[in-house]
Write a protein that binds this ligand. Structure first.
Ligand code: GDP
Length: 363
């Protein structure tokens, strides 16, 4: 499943967030996964459409899709040189699809800030710089071998050398690899380096309870930086999230209403992660179960079927497909068919977010 790494300076609220996420996962009934190890939590993706389908169809089970969160603690200034848990920390980042960068945007005299005071811009750059420095190491190694290869005058190698040289200059002035503008084909010159600063980032601003709705100047500061990097931002309050996570399901909504918040920060965080990565959801629904599945935007029907089982992809014939909206409006599979709204989609069909699908296949 989709893997998100939670990073940030010490004392910004990472563990509080991670624990809240883990509790959210533990709560979900019928959830097929559990916590894998103390630093990894699997969290169901909240989706109202799945709840409704489950109810309309009257399926026995409801199985949401999931996101994996990894608590990557221990990043401090100098990590790229091996300070703190340094290198171990950085190698964990290499394995994630998305970096959730928690930024302290709350004031609290009782909670020491490792750098002295609250300053999101400085904090973000400390973390970003460590990733960039580590990437520079990888890029320099790659340059050495490319220089040797390019000596023979091979056009391809010379071109690669130019691209990677350009990347080095880009990183050296403090830019992240993800803002280096190259074509997909040019990126092949360094793709296998799996650069850290190339990963998409979601900034999670940890604000005080009072600033949840209105935000504050620190959040604005983060938004400005995020815009520069073309990253996403969500605000949440770790303290509140950990309180919500401990409540029984039926009291959560009431608690949110009392606070005057429309939706829990965790839900927004998970959804933002999902969007940032270009993922969509389709559904399968029957008497046994209603289930959400994750695919990349632009996936074909056979590729989507392959997420369920590779046999489905190999033997794919067609997919009986209807949009969630139409299904909900008409109220049952029979009504959908009677209205002539059940489409027979073939192997070139591009799956749309919210499709309800039934795959026909040969074994
Ligand atoms: P980490 O080092 O980034 O994992 O930070 P922790 O989650 O351990 O939090 C560090 C301290 O900050 C703890 O004492 C938390 O109780 C406190 N803390 C975390 N989130 C909030 C918050 O939203 N508001 C306030 N006032 N304190 C918080």
């Amino acid at each position: 499943s989709l893997r998100c790494g939670i990073v940030g300076l010490p004392n910004v609220g990472k563990s509080t967030l991670f624990n809240a996420l883990s509790d959210a996962g533990a709560d979900a009934a019928n959830f097929p996964f559990c916590t894998i190890d103390p630093n990894v939590g699997v969290v169901p993706v909240p989706d109202e459409r799945l709840d409704n389908l489950h109810e309309i169809v009257g399926s026995k089970e409801k199985i949401p899709t999931s996101v994996e969160f990894v608590d990557i603690a221990g990043l401090v200034k100098g990590a790229s040189e091996g300070k703190g848990k340094g290198n171990a920390f950085l190698s964990h980042i290499r394995e994630v699809d998305l970096i959730v960068h928690v930024v302290r945007c709350f004031q609290d005299e009782n909670v020491i800030h490792v750098e002295g005071d609250v300053d999101p811009q400085r904090d973000i750059h400390i973390i970003e710089d460590e990733l960039i420095l580590k990437d520079l190491e990888s890029v320099e190694k790659r340059l050495e071998s490319l220089k040797k290869a390019a000596k023979s005058g091979d056009k391809e190698d010379v071109r690669k050398l130019e691209i990677v040289q350009g990347l080095k200059e880009h990183l050296e002035v403090g830019n992240a690899a993800r803002t280096y503008e190259v074509s997909e084909e040019e990126r092949q010159a360094y793709r296998e380096l799996f650069l850290l600063s190339e990963k998409p980032v979601l900034y999670a601003c940890n604000v005080s309870e009072d600033d949840l709705d209105s935000g504050n100047d620190w959040v604005d500061e983060v938004r400005e930086i995020a815009a520069e990097f073309e990253d996403e931002v969500v605000t949440f309050c770790a303290k509140i999230e950990s309180e919500i996570a401990e409540l029984p399901e039926d009291e959560k909504q009431l608690f949110l209403e009392e606070l005057g918040i429309s939706s829990a920060g965790l839900d927004r965080l998970i959804q933002a992660a999902y969007e940032e990565l270009g993922l969509i959801t389709y559904f399968t629904s029957g008497p046994k179960e209603s289930r959400a599945w994750t695919v990349r935007k632009g996936s074909t029907a056979p590729e989507a079927a392959g997420v369920i089982h590779s046999d489905f992809e190999r033997g794919f014939i067609r997919a009986e497909t209807v949009s969630y909206e139409t299904y909900k409006e008409l109220g049952s599979e029979k009504a959908v068919k009677d209205a002539g709204e059940m489409r027979q989609e073939g192997k070139d069909y591009i799956v749309q977010d919210g499709d309800v699908m039934l795959f026909r296949f040969n074994v």
